[in-house]
Design a protein around this ligand. Structure first.
Ligand SMILES: C[S@@+](CC[C@H](N)C(=O)[O-])C[C@H]1O[C@@H](n2cnc3c(N)ncnc32)[C@H](O)[C@@H]1O
Length: 422
């Protein structure tokens, strides 16, 4: 068992309690009071079993996970470890508690079996589909583009557990949240760096993933435990969302990074942390209130190149409902000011999408009613928006450029897969 160094939970006025424990997670969890935690989020070693060095086609080395903490002598040893930490996690969970475990094909099936053997009750497996996965450089397998999360309650008979259905629906444009989540890998400014500019941790998870998990299955004031804390992604998001957290991590170097990261996080105001109930129950506020509260910046004026037309910015988003309404110059100004422009090629694509739906109906000689057409259209538009948004975020480009890049990608994929040319 590793050394356990328990720093008392720190709680400043109005802020959630923060506890970071250095040591082995099994010993540390066994030292915690029974039934004291609302949710466990675990990102354990994946036991990747990487043999040899992984290289790109240009022979450059891939930054793979080859750390000692991910190495186990055999599957049996990994299973024993999984059993022991999960049993310790179950002991600290309240009767209303639940667990999430994330893994890849290397370990998730073993983890799932152990989970069921210990008495947990699987609620969902969620596929985190990566919008920017690492390619399979050798071209010998499919691109490994997803990881799996298992969400389970503590017990099979458990009647009470937290699931914020409406908050999830609100996150998904008022459609029921599905079990496949398209989110980018942790890149860009979010990726923590070490002193040499390298990755501070090889498997830092994106905050967006934790945000969805915590928003779905905890409430403000709940206590979340992460036994494999790493750089403290769970802690950072928990603090932002007003949840107390306990993080356990063996390696001092990761704890140092986590502490510094979490120190900079601000907890949202209590009223903003309230979980969405149902859309209808939500109070409606005039648009002007958003400006009044400083959520939107009003008053900036944009001009066309000839300065004949002026437009006042009233929102952080501009959705182009017509073809080419924004000039190149305006695009640059808007981009500089952080205004997101949803480009015409995307926002204005509904007509073309419905033409396609008509074509499909014609081919089948079977016609849908208006509601069905609208439902299909909505799904297509949301999916396309997501694809472009995630791509733009992942590559740090405006949405217009992101849309072109996604389109070029699709053509390139089709060309590669089917040899179509031109
Ligand atoms: C997959 S990483 C977690 C990364 C984390 N989710 C993040 O976003 O930074 C697993 C972490 O568990 C830690 N670890 C491995 N075995 C452990 C153990 N027995 N007790 C505590 N921590 C352990 C490793 O040092 C590593 O940082």
């Amino acid at each position: 068992m590793g050394r356990v160094n328990l720093r008392a939970g720190q709680k400043s006025a109005g802020n959630p309690a923060e506890t970071i424990i250095q040591g082995d997670c099994i010993a540390a969890m066994n030292a915690l009071p029974e039934k004291s935690v609302d949710l466990v989020f675990a990102d354990p070693p994946y036991n990747l079993q990487l043999g040899g060095e992984l290289t790109r086609p240009d022979q450059s080395k891939v930054d793979a996970v080859d750390d000692d903490w991910d190495k186990f002598a055999s599957f049996a040893e990994y299973d024993r470890f999984t059993h022991d930490w999960m049993k310790a996690a179950r002991r600290v969970l309240k009767d209303t508690g639940a667990i999430w475990v994330i893994g890849s094909y290397h370990n998730i099936f073993r983890v799932g079996a152990t989970m069921q053997d210990l008495g947990f009750w699987v609620m969902n497996d969620v596929v985190w589909r990566k919008s920017n996965p690492m390619p399979n450089f050798r071209g010998t397998r499919f691109t490994n583009a997803h990881e799996t999360l298992i969400w389970a309650t503590r017990d099979a008979e458990q009647k009470k557990y937290t699931f914020n259905y409406d908050a999830m629906k609100a996150l998904n444009d008022d459609l029921q949240m599905r079990s496949d989540w398209l989110l980018p890998l942790c890149t860009g400014g979010e990726r923590l760096k070490d002193g040499d500019g390298g990755k501070a941790h090889p498997t830092q998870k994106p905050e967006a993933l934790l945000h969805r998990v915590l928003l779905a299955t905890t409430n403000a004031g709940d206590t979340v435990l992460d036994p494999f804390f790493g750089t403290g992604t769970t802690g950072a998001v928990a603090k932002k969302l007003g949840r107390n957290f306990i993080g356990i991590e063996r390696e001092a170097r990761y704890i140092k990074v986590a502490r510094e990261r979490i120190r900079l996080v601000k907890t949202g105001a209590a009223e903003d942390l309230k979980v969405t109930t149902s859309k209808k129950a939500e109070p409606r506020i005039p648009f002007g209130t958003l400006v009044e509260r400083g959520l939107l910046e009003a008053g900036d004026t944009l001009y066309d190149p000839a300065r004949r037309h002026a437009a006042r910015i009233r929102a952080r988003f501009i959705v182009e409902g017509a073809n080419g309404p924004t000039t190149r110059e305006a695009d640059e100004i808007l981009n500089d000011r952080g205004v997101v422009v949803v480009p015409d090629i995307l926002a204005n694509a509904g007509g073309v999408a419905v033409s396609y739906l008509e074509w499909v109906q014609d081919l089948q000689n079977f016609f849908w009613n208006e509601d069905e057409v609208n439902r299909q259209l909505q799904a297509i538009m949301i999916q396309s928006f997501r694809a472009v948004w995630d791509f733009s975020q992942a590559h740090d480009v405006p949405m217009r450029l992101g849309a072109y890049m996604v389109a070029v990608d699709k053509v390139a994929d089709a060309l590669q897969a089917r040899g179509i040319w031109p």
